[in-house]
Design a protein around this ligand. Sequence first.
Ligand SMILES: Cc1ncc(COP(=O)(O)O)c(C=O)c1O
Length: 362
Amino acid sequence: MDVGFSRQEQEEMLSLVASLLESGYLMWGDMQDQLSAGFRELTGREHAVTLNSNTSIQEIVFAHLQPERVAFIGNQFPSPIFAAMRQGAKPTWVDIDPLTMAPSVEQLAAALPFQVLVLQETAGFVPRNIKEIAQWCRDAGVFLLEDAAQCVGAVGGDGPAGSVGGCGVFSLSGTKPMTSGGQGGMLVTDDAELAQFVFEMKNYGRTGMFQAGVFARRGWNVHMTELQAAIGVVALRHLAERTAERATFAAVYDDAFAGRLQMCGGRAGSPTWYKYPVLLPGGRTRASLREALAAEQIELSSSVYDEPSYMLPCFDGAFSDLVLPGVEEFCERHACLPCHHKMNVDDANRVVGAVGSWLGQP
Ligand SMILES: Cc1ncc(COP(=O)(O)O)c(C=O)c1O
């Protein structure tokens, strides 16, 4: 992901920020209201709450639900796992299908018991089987948290990212498909009690903003600021055109590599194309592709992820006996081709040429 804004976006942002600086309303006000309204519209959810990050939202959700065990796919970005553990939960690991990048309901059942499923929507794709997963969660009494960090604006075969399950949690950090000025997060849910809990916990535990309300809980200070929200409001206005740009490059790759590479994620709905993940042919390594592309001044996007999360050094070997074949195959075999708004179609074709020659080599 290469981030940054167009001249037009910059001008709109600067003008909004200037009016905020003039008004002095920097902590709470219309910008966050507008951004929340935008996300309610995007997802069809009744409530949308702004915070400083996806990680703090997930931690507050865990504080609310108090689960004993939280399930994560084995290649989950780790900060939500840390958040669950800080709230006293044990992580449980779920395998995935390397092509869809999502678990099947059989893989979920194999990981029981757990009370919360964090479903990472890897690379900007809403899982093809999300409806089935949501139904399975309802039947099993599991709270489904869509970790839509990479998925702002994505639409799956069954509806927008963030619209399914107990809640959806977006990241608006600076590397994501849409940012609110470098950091930010958004909770979307139909659960009024959860939305109010998240609001109070981000707001020092107070039931109302500023002098209003009472300190009902021992809360945190994990607000988004109005300056961040102003950047987000403009970014949201331009989200569809940004996604469409990346979709153009993805279409170039789809055409060029059909039958030669296995494209991950499926093609139902419209992903964010946060990444363009493919499975490399057996026996060929990401390192060798990276090297071949570097010789042409082309950089692969970072992977999602190079190694299973349960092998990370921060877990001190606690899960090192675990083997999840689908996760391990995905981590080993996938590569993410460049797909970001600072490219143009010529760049995408240059990538096609370089990857094509690498594929043609023995
Ligand atoms: C899937 C996933 N979940 C959570 C996060 C954390 O988001 P934030 O930086 O907003 O806390 C990220 C960020 O990279 C992510 O990709």
